[in-house]
Structure formats: structure tokens, C-alpha cells
Design a protein around this ligand. Structure first.
Ligand code: PXL
Length: 265
């Protein structure tokens, strides 16, 4: 594919100044995977590799104007939605997504940071479930997020499968529940139409895992933007995250970022 055909992928997400997660991580993933990334910031977090210190959502008018400016300008091939922070922001994004129906839209239902900080308010969870989930192509919860979204325990493969199907009954077209913390590191993809596909992996022992969820959902958006099907996009995204974690190097005192740009020397 020549440079003229590089697809534009939009991330709607929070800013993590340590750049493992959030929009700056997403832009690195997009660049690594041959897409052009544009970003609309929902919230600014104050954090480093040791944890989240503070979270401030941006004025929703700023988000709305950013989304409008980007969408009226370039052809957007796929959208990834990450941290939203509040119900007010989530509603604004749900409204924007109506103008993007028909494109691949990937929703990473970010609720907490891995260090335990709340990244979504409680009313926002209802908006996520009722207004965002039905509008997207794929939702990518990890086991903890799947548990909160369904209200049922998700501890193993059987729990992941039933959570994926339950999220489909709530209106999600396709669901991938990620199990990176399980010994078998398996992800479960429930496809529209009823089929379920498992993606087993090997557990990677590494301290450079900050941003894996963001990179996974963004890499899937890139695969779809490049015209690949959902199964291939999920399996490529899993491989991308594995290699980025393996190539990670510590940058601070806490959990290191993955190395999104592992292909660059
Ligand atoms: O990994 C979840 C996540 C998503 N988005 C932002 C974050 C985090 C975790 O810290 O900061 C902006």
C-alpha cells in the first residue's frame, strides 16, 4: 500500500503522560502498524509508571469541536474509543459515533487503571453499557471489566465465554474478552452470529505491561482499517502486544510501558 493509501484511524481516549497507555500510546501503535493516527482527548491524567495521581476530564465542548474538526476534514477508516472518565463525556462520544456508523468502531471499556484508580464514574458505566455498547463493532473488556459490565464473576475460560455472550445479549455485535492474566493467556472472541473463537497465547513474564489493553484495541482498529477481517485483526493485535511487551524496557520505578515501536531500532 502506498503512502497515499495510509488509512486514518481516530482514537478518542485519555492522555497518559507516561505514554504507555492512552492517546500517545495509541498514536505509537498506529504508526507502528502503518496507519495515520489522529486523536481527540477526553481526559488528562497525571500519572507515571507508579500510578495515577489525578484525573481531569476536558470540557465536553472541546471534545465535541475536536471530533467535528477531525471528522469533517479527513476520511476516518476506523475509530478506537478508550478512557472516557464520566457519563457526560461518554454521552458526547455516543452521539458522535452515530455519525460514524458503518465504520469499524472498537470500544475498550476502560474502568480502572491497572494500579487501581477509577477512570470512569458510576453513571458512566451505565452510559457505556446502554448507549455505547450497542453502537460499536467490537468491545474489548479484560476479565475485570467483563465482570463489572455483566455483574457476574469472570475467573476462567468458561466465565469469559459466558460474559462475552451476555455482553452480546446487551447489544454488543462482537466481543473479545482478554485473559492476559491467566496462565494460558487466552482471549475469547464471540462473533456476531454466535461463533466463538479462542486465541491461546503463552504468558509473558515482563514488568513492561502498562498500556497493553490500549495497544490491543488500537491494533485491532488498525487491522480493520487496513481491510483485514475481525479474526485476523484480533490475532495480529495479540501478536503485536506480545512482541511489544517482550521488547519493553523499564523507564521508571513502576510498571514499565510496552515498547510499541519495537520494530524501530
Ligand atoms: O490502561 C487503561 C488506561 C487507559 N487510558 C488512560 C490511562 C489508562 C491507565 O492508566 O491512563 C489514559
Amino acid at each position: 500500500m502506498g503512502p497515499a493509501n495510509i488509512p486514518v484511524v481516530l482514537t478518542i481516549a485519555g492522555f497518559d503522560p507516561s505514554s504507555g497507555a492512552g492517546i500517545t500510546g495509541d498514536l505509537k501503535t498506529m504508526a507502528a502498524l502503518g496507519c495515520y493516527g489522529v486523536a481527540a482527548i477526553t481526559a488528562v491524567t497525571v500519572q507515571n509508571t507508579q500510578g495515577v495521581i489525578r484525573v481531569e476530564t476536558l470540557p465536553v465542548e472541546l471534545l465535541r469541536d475536536t471530533l467535528h474538526a477531525l471528522a469533517e476534514d479527513a476520511e476516518i477508516s476506523a475509530v478506537k474509543v478508550g478512557m472516557l472518565g464520566t457519563a457526560v463525556v461518554a454521552r458526547k462520544v455516543a452521539h458522535f459515533l452515530e455519525s460514524q456508523i458503518g465504520k469499524p468502531i472498537i470500544l475498550d471499556p476502560v474502568l480502572r487503571s491497572s494500579s487501581g484508580a477509577d477512570l470512569m464514574d458510576s453513571e458512566g458505566l451505565s452510559v457505556l453499557r446502554n448507549e455505547l455498547l450497542p453502537r460499536v463493532t467490537l468491545i474489548t473488556p479484560n476479565m475485570a471489566e467483563a465482570q463489572v459490565m455483566t455483574g457476574k464473576p469472570v475467573h476462567d475460560l468458561a466465565g469469559m465465554r459466558s460474559a462475552a455472550h451476555e455482553l452480546q445479549t446487551l447489544g454488543a455485535k462482537n466481543v473479545v474478552v482478554t485473559g492476559g492474566h491467566l496462565p494460558e493467556n487466552v482471549d475469547v472472541l464471540a462473533l456476531e452470529g454466535g461463533a466463538t473463537v479462542d486465541f491461546p497465547g503463552a504468558r509473558v513474564e515482563s514488568n513492561c505491561t502498562h498500556g497493553t489493553g490500549c495497544a490491543f484495541s488500537t491494533a485491532i482498529a488498525c487491522g480493520l482499517a487496513l481491510g483485514r477481517d475481525l479474526k485476523k485483526s484480533v490475532s495480529d493485535a495479540k501478536e503485536f502486544v506480545r512482541r511489544a511487551v517482550e521488547a519493553g524496557y523499564p523507564t521508571g520505578k513502576g510498571t514499565g510501558p510496552l515498547n510499541h515501536l519495537f520494530r524501530l531500532k
